[in-house]
Design a binder for this molecule. Sequence first.
Ligand SMILES: [Zn+2]
Length: 176
Amino acid sequence: MARRAGPEQKAQKADDARRYRERHLDRVREAQRRWREAHPGWWRKYAGTERERRQRAEWHATHREERQARRRERYAANPAKFIEAARRYQVKVVAATVERVDYAAIIVRDRGLCGICGDAVPPEEMSFDHIVPVSRGGDHSMANVQLAHLVCNKRKGNRRPADLEAIVRILGGRSL
Ligand SMILES: [Zn+2]
């Protein structure tokens, strides 16, 4: 009579499987790719599960450099698209309104002037500022995005224009 697999045998099996995967990474990946192709919609069962969440967190924690490399590649391929996607994601996370923002149109609308300090913004110093910060419930919309110097934008941080105005008053027009 066959013995039932005890905990040691199970651990041994898992260990063998792990070593096999490590030795034949390309073969395993190819098999996984074929399986996914044969099972369209497989991710629907997997997405949002505890297992997915755990594996995603694990991958994030162990692939820092790879993630950064991918981000750099995506950025290099199309900076405008990358920035827009990052902002849309950021806004989605805090559940504000998301609208497609045309940055070229904003530069024209704002006549190339910084919405924070009012001076002209040279191209290499351009950034886009959420007038009401997204973290404060501001929308990602044409109405809530303005052209700003990168340094002004960084200085403003998370403060609302009302806060900014108060600070400017206190400083008596000196720079922040
Ligand atoms: Zn400025």
